[in-house]
Design a binder for this molecule. Structure first.
Ligand code: SF4
Length: 209
């Protein structure tokens, strides 16, 4: 069941129903990008400059997911640029990949005003796009960066400290998910880089299997 449709039906009090029609899932990322760029399904469309669908090859075996675009990303329409993007690039290289070999995106595709956290409504409404991207890609592993991405992918309220350092199965997407600290957090708390590196080593071990 499409997550957005289920959410909207629940909002109007319909919990049990027969799914009459399947959504068309675009098989190519370019088509999904077009839909994201013209999307106005949630309030974030009113304040964004550019939607940020994500980038990377359809053959990517590793998908990296943050919570939402920030100010720099909103200006140019690309995920993880600026100083946190530079740290992410180093983390990607440390895992033995080039940036253009992995797919990088966010839980919500438009910047929340003043970089606030995306709220539950925005996350649920936008999850349809992430669902489409994950169906178009065939990843071996998803890495969730930060609490919002981790909790959203794993459908839990547990703190990130209790979610990292383990490979989970995402109940939402049926994919292996590793959670670790967001590069922005690591810039503020460099003492946690060692723990993040342990998480990345676990990812490398899993991908090598
Ligand atoms: S955040 Fe997602 S649902 Fe909201 S307007 Fe942007 S693309 Fe659409």
């Amino acid at each position: 069941m499409n997550q957005e449709l289920k959410y909207l039906l629940n909002k109007i009090g319909i919990e049990n129903f027969i799914e009459a029609q399947k959504f068309d899932i675009p098989s190519d990322l370019a088509n999904i990008d077009i839909q994201i760029k013209k999307c106005d399904r949630c309030i974030l469309s009113q304040s964004r400059k550019m939607a940020v669908p994500g980038e990377g090859p359809i053959s990517a075996k590793l998908i990296l997911i943050g919570e939402a675009p920030g100010e720099n990303e909103d200006e140019v329409g690309k995920p993880f640029i600026g100083v946190s993007g530079e740290l992410l690039n180093k983390m990607i290289l440390a895992m033995g990949f080039k940036r253009d070999e992995v797919f990088i995106t966010n839980i919500v595709k438009c910047r929340p005003p003043n970089n606030r956290n995306p709220n539950e409504d925005e996350i649920i409404i936008c999850s349809n796009f992430l669902e489409m991207q994950l169906q178009a890609l065939t990843p071996k592993l998803v890495i969730a960066f930060g609490r919002i991405a981790a909790q959203s992918l794993l459908n839990t309220n547990k703190p990130l400290a209790k979610l990292r350092a383990v490979i989970h199965d995402s109940p939402k997407f049926g994919l292996p998910v590793l959670c670790t600290y967001h590069p922005s957090y690591l810039l503020r708390k460099p003492e946690e880089k060692r723990a993040a590196w342990e998480d990345l080593k676990l990812a490398m071990k899993f991908l090598a299997q």
